[in-house]
Design a protein around this ligand. Structure first.
Ligand SMILES: [Cu+2]
Length: 157
């Protein structure tokens, strides 16, 4: 995925320029972007998508300059009551496994670990996620306590 990341801003710009107001509103709502930086911070502490999204794509941009080995970030989604356990298990899984326990069903969705200037994304189904208390976080060792937030699937009336 890393080879094609430079194409994404151009595509997004084209979509903004040419989409009519009524077109693709649902699609845009199903595409979320979040940034991580060199100060071990996400730029959001809450993310949400409408329940009409069958799939969600989350794009993570590392706006810093530090290497993935020193200040790597990923975006991981788990139930809120287990995310800390997943993060701790990820610590011992190591960088080769993107600091996540492998084949662990508690990991609902996850991106690669990236370093400064990089971008990555993950697409996942919202099936079965409604009404669950979800938390997104970074599983890089020591980051989850500062880098986490709520993830909500909002029902439309
Ligand atoms: Cu991180």
């Amino acid at each position: 995925m890393k080879t094609s990341w430079m194409l994404i801003p151009a595509a997004a710009f084209a979509a903004m320029a040419f989409a009519s107001p009524t077109m693709a509103a649902d699609d845009e709502a199903c595409n979320l972007t979040i940034e991580g930086n060199d100060a071990m911070q996400f730029n959001k502490d809450a993310m949400s998508v409408p329940a009409s999204c069958d799939e969600v794509t989350v794009t993570l941009k590392h706006t810093g300059q530090m290497a993935a080995s020193a200040m790597g970030h990923n975006w991981v989604l788990s139930d809120s009551d287990v995310y800390e356990d997943v993060a701790k298990a990820g610590m011992s899984a190591g960088m080769d496994n993107d600091y996540l326990p492998q084949d662990d069903e508690r990991v609902i969705a996850s991106t690669d670990v990236i370093g400064g200037g990089e971008e990555t994304s993950v697409t996942f189904s919202t099936e079965g996620l409604e009404d669950r208390d979800l938390t997104f976080f970074c599983s890089f060792p020591g980051h989850y306590a500062a880098m986490n937030g709520s993830f909500t699937i909002t029902k439309e009336d």
